[in-house]
Design a protein around this ligand. Structure first.
Ligand SMILES: Cc1ncc(C[n+]2csc(CCOP(=O)(O)OP(=O)(O)O)c2C)c(N)n1
Ligand code: SF4
Ligand SMILES: [Mg+2]
Length: 349
């Protein structure tokens, strides 16, 4: 019997470098179903795809924790280094200084960054190393069964009823104070906001620090937790509506000029912050910290881009690194000649 010819399946949609979204996928997640970290991985995939980032130019860095496992679940074609608990910042600094052409994306947890890794976090932020630093913030050590972390709010409870008496570290306020040049907070359940922030993060060429509240459904999603889906839905206060127009797209969005602030990113992309409130200026560092403190006092979780400064030189520029990455310089250029060494010794004598 003759069979009816079937039409070939439609070719997958591709981005401006000819890749399909599948090219940005990773391995199958082993995290709990419903974990906020999985939603963040999905947003990273979408943002990298839409920005047309070549996966092989990305280096995914992490420490230890459920959050730090998540780079295995996106962008399998990229480089990846799962380092030691709290040590992702120094390993990333090494990688970026060795190859300045890499786009470094660090994924950490609130425990990894605000507890064991706080010293490394602090020095990374001061340096304005070009990288995207994401804290997947659930207020607990998910991987080791849900102990409070240093971002847990005073008065929040564990499932067992234990109450947290210690004040939280606000990683955004800290990052702004120390020198990071793109600082924001989002929520893993806020698809639109997180997506726009990640795309702008890719265009920025300094330290981007994004604290993303990411509920741990297994240990911290109950009544009494301030990092649960319900708490975030009830207390999230977005500062702006965020719209991002990459440099390769035509500008076709129009906001009322009186209520919009446009920031030009390093590559010419435009970050448009449509103010929900009058007078919020994300280039004003002092005001951004004041707003974060004020939100804490009101029990609100402020989200959005708090601070941005595309002008400040980053660590690679500060060190005056060669245009060609150290990793690809020939030995003849990185090894001083015997004559140069001799001259150096002579000067020290
Ligand atoms: C040096 C060291 N100390 C302690 C641990 C145990 N440990 C593993 S993950 C973790 C906390 C992870 O919490 P967080 O970074 O918030 O990630 P989450 O699992 O919540 O995503 C701890 C304490 C370790 N692996 N190494
Ligand atoms: S334990 Fe919590 S943080 Fe870890 S995978 Fe499960 S839900 Fe996510
Ligand atoms: Mg955590």
């Amino acid at each position: 019997m003759a069979t009816t010819p079937t039409a070939p399946p439609p070719a997958p949609k591709t981005n401006r470098i000819g890749l399909a979204v599948l090219d940005y996928k990773g391995g199958k997640t082993t995290l709990c179903a419903g974990c906020g970290h999985n939603a963040i991985s999905e947003r990273i995939i979408d943002a990298m795809y839409e920005m047309g980032v070549q996966p092989e130019t990305v280096v995914k860095m992490s420490g230890i924790g459920c959050s730090s496992k998540s780079p295995a679940y996106f962008m399998s074609r990229s480089h990846s280094f799962n380092s030691v608990h709290g040590r992702m910042p120094s390993v990333t600094t090494g990688a970026v200084l060795a190859n300045r052409n890499l786009l470094a994306l660090g994924v950490s947890g609130d425990g990894d960054s605000a507890s064991i890794g706080i010293g490394q976090f602090v020095h990374l932020m001061r340096r304005n190393l070009p990288m995207i630093y994401i804290i997947e913030d659930n207020g607990v050590y998910g991987l080791t069964k849900g102990q409070f972390s240093a971002t847990a709010d005073v008065g929040s409870t564990l499932k067992t009823g234990v109450i947290n008496d210690l004040p939280p570290i606000d990683t955004c306020a800290l990052a702004i104070e120390l020198g990071a040049t793109f600082v924001g907070r989002s929520f893993s359940g806020d698809k639109r906001q997180l997506h726009a922030m990640l795309k702008a993060a890719i265009a920025h060429k300094g330290t981007v620090m994004l604290d993303v509240v990411s509920p741990c459904v297994t240990f911290n999603d109950h009544e009494g937790s301030t990092k649960s889906y319900k708490y975030m839905k009830d207390h999230e206060e977005p500062l702006q509506e965020i719209n991002f127009v990459p440099h390769f797209e035509e500008i076709d969005v129009d906001y009322d000029p009186g209520t919009t602030l446009e920031v030009t990113m390093h590559d010419g992309s435009k970050l448009r912050l449509h103010k929900l409130e009058a007078n919020y200026d994300p280039t004003n560092r002092v005001e951004s910290i004041r707003r974060l403190y004020e939100a804490h006092e009101k029990g609100e979780v402020l989200t959005g881009v708090f601070y941005i400064n595309p002008e400040k030189p980053n660590f690679v520029n500060l060190l005056n690194m060669t245009e060609q990455p150290l990793a690809t310089l020939p030995e003849s250029m990185i090894r001083p000649s015997p004559a140069a060494l001799e001259q150096c010794m002579e000067e020290l004598r």
